[in-house]
Design a protein around this ligand. Structure first.
Ligand code: NAD
Length: 498
């Protein structure tokens, strides 16, 4: 059986005594086992990154950038292999895997402007013969801890920018689907990243805790569920690290009575059920303003759900693949049972779906709840499956209050034909990423990604301009080369330009 190991100092190694099985979610057949790094293995990776740092930080940014150009080419050249790994371990449909990879490549493309992005700020003559400038220096060893749902894209949010800025890096991918991240890191080395600059350790809590407390690690980027994000943030910052920790979500779409409901229903189908709802920007709740809007929307969604095709991810005619693991399937079906028990109306029940030829897979058909109320567990908690909840509000203000009162604040969107309402919504809603007739407002690579409230612990968002700031430290230098006629005696009052 294949053993997936670690990439440390340019070498693939499989140290350690603990392993976890990697099963194909479509069949539940064993594909491989992943080595779970112990403290010693992680410390070796951190040591490799620390040793590689002094030389790497001195490489001119334009040379680091050229490696990113080569990486982009390699990612495109090997896209089919990467996507096959994504589908084998995550389950998502190949076309969707290709979309994920493309969004990851766009992050690499943004990094290809590195010398421009790293330019500092300069002021001449801030005082007599005094110039001042700010530059952005790398931090040292940075680490990234990533979730199962975007095994290629989320690591690409992190290490290309971190490494291009002159840092060295240790990545800890999700142990549920680690192969794509490991392979992409190998492509990074093939593109020219020197050994030790980029390392990958596979593992679980033990590996993460080692990264969180190792004094050589300067910064941590985390993406995953909210309880773990909060733990990473509090533990990492307590040990003096810069931390950005992206957590879970419950993204609401607000549908106004004047919306183009056919368009809204189609948009919601993809946003709720694409990738089986296992997206942190998936729409999992619709708040319809007015019963007539809700009734019409439910009818349109029912019709479209009837045509949804669920099956093996290798078949691109499918709309949805399986859920990632059997325990995750059980967790999602547990939420559906809970919703019924709480009195929500289960309009479409996708449980018990059997896919011909893949009867042992983690399949769940699309589920639709109506008349969901605030306070129900299916509204307060993140389900992370193909379950869409419809809520009803009498007014736009009431609908916005439901969204604002929620613990999470990742994404939201409004469907309307009314520009004034849309502008009011975008201006006032307490959510980090907002769509107007756009159901999944995932920012493009040259903006930055991040939620509010319990969807992000930390300040700077992921990728784009914020990531340049996250992976660098500002240093401000003030310089004077006094000419002989400018010599001054000792000054004891605070210098100013009075
Ligand atoms: P998860 O929190 O279970 O795991 C994420 C990472 O943390 C993994 O690498 C895992 O090994 C590690 N981990 C898990 N438990 C840990 C613990 N107790 N201590 C230390 N490390 C631990 O998340 P997941 O199930 O892999 O991913 C799905 C979650 O990620 C969802 O909640 C989803 O909303 C969220 N997510 C958020 C974003 C975002 O940008 N906000 C993006 C993608 C996914």
């Amino acid at each position: 059986m294949q053993t997936i190991g670690h990439l440390i100092n340019g070498e693939l190694v499989t140290d350690g005594e603990r392993f976890q099985e990697i099963v194909n979610p479509s069949t539940n057949e064993l594909e491989a086992q992943v080595s779970l790094a112990d403290r010693e293995t992680v410390e070796k990776a951190v040591a490799a990154a620390a040793d590689a740092y002094p030389a790497w930080r001195s490489v001119p940014p334009i040379k680091r950038m050229r490696i990113m150009f080569r990486l982009k080419d390699l990612l495109e050249e090997h896209a089919d292999k990467i996507c096959a790994l994504l589908t084998r371990e995550h389950g998502k449909v190949l076309n969707d895997a290709m979309g994920e990879l493309q969004r990851g490549i766009e992050n690499v493309e943004y990094v290809c402007a590195l010398p421009e992005l790293l330019k500092g700020e300069h002021s001449r003559d801030v005082g007599p013969a005094i110039d001042s400038w700010s530059e952005f220096q790398p931090l040292g060893v940075c680490a990234g801890i990533t979730p199962f749902n975007f095994p290629a894209m989320v690591p690409l949010w992190m290490w290309p920018m971190a490494v291009a800025c002159g840092n060295t890096f240790v990545l800890k991918p999700s142990e549920r689907d680690p192969s794509a991240a490991l392979y992409i890191a190998q492509l990074g080395l093939e593109a020219g990243i020197p050994p030790g600059v980029l390392n990958v350790v596979n593992g679980d809590k033990e590996a993460v805790d080692t990264l969180l407390t190792d004094r050589r690690v300067q910064a941590i980027s985390f993406v995953g569920s909210t309880p773990v994000a909060e733990y990473i943030y509090t533990t990492g910052t307590a040990s003096g690290k810069r931390v950005q920790a992206f957590g879970g979500a419950k993204n609401h779409a607000l549908v106004m009575p004047d919306a183009d409901l056919d368009n809204a229903a189609s948009a919601l189908m993809g946003a709720a059920y694409g990738s089986c709802g296992e997206r942190c920007m998936a729409i999992s709740v619709v708040v319809a303003v007015g019963d007539a809007t809700a009734d019409a929307l439910v009818e349109k969604l029912k019709a479209q759900i009837a045509g949804l095709k669920v099956g093996d991810g290798r078949d691109n005619t499918n709309d949805m693949g399986p859920l990632v693991t059997r325990p995750h399937l059980e967790k999602v079906t547990g939420y559906i049972a809970k919703g019924v028990e709480e009195g929500a109306e289960l309009v479409i029940d996708g449980r018990g779906l059997k896919v011909k030829g893949f009867e042992s897979g983690n399949y769940l058909g699309a589920c639709l709840f109506d008349k969901v109320k605030p306070g129900m567990v299916i509204h307060s908690e993140e389900i992370f499956g193909p379950v869409l909840c419809i809520m009803r509000a009498d007014t736009m203000q009431e609908a916005m209050q439901i969204i604002d009162d929620h613990e999470y604040g990742n994404g939201t969107c409004i469907f309307t034909r009314d520009g004034e309402a849309a502008r009011y919504f975008a201006d006032n809603i307490k959510i980090g990423m907002v769509g107007i007739n756009v159901p999944l407002p995932v920012p493009v690579a040259y903006h930055s990604f991040g939620g509010w409230k319990h969807s992000l612990f930390g300040d700077l968002h992921a990728y784009g301009p914020d990531s340049v700031r996250f992976y660098t430290k500002r240093k401000t230098i003030t310089q004077r080369w006094p000419a002989s006629d400018l010599r001054e005696g000792a000054q004891f009052s605070f210098p100013s330009n009075r």
